[in-house]
Design a protein around this ligand. Structure first.
Ligand code: NAD
Ligand code: SAH
Length: 414
């Protein structure tokens, strides 16, 4: 039995899923394949990904491929209740609502695992962690899992290095058709969409500080520049810092950037990137948000401790008065602003990410009973298949090597 906020919201959620899926041609073509081939016949799938329209379509594709699907979110603030209701009406067991307490969030993770999954689709590593702690006895039944995001991959690698990872995992985030587009262009657009619709303030002429110049940071900085902002970058990696400089941005430590910024966006995957020490240096009215990792990049606990007054200023904007007489605004409780205060990445982007997910899940089903390594990079053929299908649906042709060119590239004695 699903646990959702209100099943009467299903009609609105169904419209959102149909709109999204009609802009996801690659996943739709895989959907057709799966309906015919039923690669997941008799398999149970546990899924923990932001519970919104594109994810609901992925769950539908898995279900129509023969799986029994148990789905929850991967962030207590990103579930859209109407989508959860529509997905439940589509026959998926859904355990999620927007604004879950920590206990409810954990209970919902447990609910999808208690189905006894053979395949796990995770985003951020919470399901896998739980499987390895509370549900260890279910591990022998699992064929493998797929991990959606950078932070989840870091956690898996740390588990593997400690000899603790017992489930073969597909590193979906590290597929080129994932991180090159989702992390960069997806985050670049959806973060500004989240900030703009939450604050309704102008970006042109403002100073934007982007913490972290990885794939997400590059996208967020690029789009801030496109909106007319002056962009500042903080980094801990000297090579990324040079990349940011060569892309035309100023690089400086957060202690200096704190005094300059009008908007701050953290996308590092690290903790305590913005601390009370930085907040006390910020301009009155500065807007601070996170698009990286859970709610740890901005030290929210530290902020609560120093704040002299806290007030809701607009939906998803909390104002904090500071002891120095200034105040700052934190969006979406310091959680991913693009998903907690927006619809996340656009459908055309999730089309590629979730096509990789679907094909990796099929790869696991096809390798049932075989011994796989614990960490599996996505096979190049899957990446290429998704890219080729995407180009086909975009109506774009591209060149292919001639036999002579291939021979030349493969030779050394010229
Ligand atoms: P990445 O590894 O490519 O980039 C992270 C960058 O942050 C690196 O360049 C690193 O040197 C830098 N960094 C680390 N700690 C720092 C610190 N304390 N101060 C300044 N810079 C620091 O990772 P990515 O793919 O860009 O992902 C970043 C985070 O965003 C991850 O947590 C990932 O899971 C998440 N993510 C979010 C979304 C979204 O929709 N909001 C999408 C994709 C990824
Ligand atoms: N679960 C953690 C980890 C970050 S989630 C957290 O909530 O803090 C980041 C992932 O969200 C990205 O890798 C991206 O693929 C995914 N994402 C972005 N937009 C999405 C959308 N519209 N629907 C589903 N997932 C989305």
């Amino acid at each position: 039995m699903s646990e959702i906020r209100d099943k009467n919201l299903a009609a609105s959620g169904e419209r959102k899923i149909l709109w999204a899926s009609s802009h996801m041609p690659v996943l739709s073509s895989i959907h057709e394949d799966f309906k015919r081939e039923k690669p997941f016949d008799g398999l149970r799938v546990a899924l923990s990904v932001h519970m919104e329209a594109k994810t609901a379509y992925l769950a539908t594709v898995m279900k129509d491929g023969g799986a029994e699907v148990f789905a929850t979110g991967c962030n207590p603030l990103s579930t859209q209740d109407d989508v959860a209701a529509a997905l439940a009406a589509r026959g998926v067991q859904v355990f999620a609502w927007r604004g879950e307490s920590e206990e409810e969030y954990d209970r919902h993770l447990s609910k999808v695992l208690e189905g006894g999954p053979q395949i796990i689709i995770d985003d951020g590593g919470d399901l896998i962690m739980r499987m390895h702690t509370i549900y260890r006895d279910l591990i022998p039944g699992v064929i493998g899992g797929c991990e959606e995001t950078t932070t989840g991959i870091h956690r898996l690698k740390a588990m593997d290095a400690a000899g603790e990872l017992k489930i073969p995992m597909m590193l979906v985030n590290n597929a080129q058709c994932k991180f090159l587009f989702d992390n960069r262009y997806g985050t670049g657009q959806s973060v500004w969409n989240g900030i703009n619709r939450t604050t309704n303030l102008i970006v042109a002429g403002k100073k934007v500080v982007v913490a972290g110049y990885g794939w997400c940071g590059k996208g967020v900085a690029m789009r801030a520049k496109g909106l007319g902002a002056r962009v500042y970058v903080t980094e801990i990696d000297p090579i990324k810092a040079i990349e940011a400089i060569m892309d035309g941005f100023e690089v400086l430590p957060m202690k200096e950037a704190a005094e300059i910024g009008d908007f701050f966006v953290t996308v590092t995957g690290c903790r305590d990137v913005i601390t009370p020490e930085h907040m006390l240096l910020m301009k009155d009215g500065a807007i601070v948000c996170n698009a990286g990792h859970f709610n740890v990049e901005i030290d929210m606990e530290g902020l609560e401790k120093i704040a002299t007054k806290v007030e809701l200023r607009r939906d998803s904007i909390m104002g904090y008065e500071l002891p120095n007489g200034r105040s700052i605004n934190v969006l979406a409780e310091g959680r991913l602003v693009n998903l907690a205060a927006g619809d996340g990445h656009p459908a055309e982007i999730m089309d590629m990410s979730f096509s990789i997910q679907a094909l990796c899940a099929r790869f696991l089903a096809d390798h049932k009973g075989e011994e796989l390594p614990m960490l599996n990079y996505v096979p190049a053929e899957i990446d290429r298949e998704v890219a080729e299908r995407k180009l086909r649906f975009l109506g774009v042709s591209f060149d292919h090597l001639t036999k002579e060119q291939q021979e030349y590239i493969d030779s050394w004695n010229f």
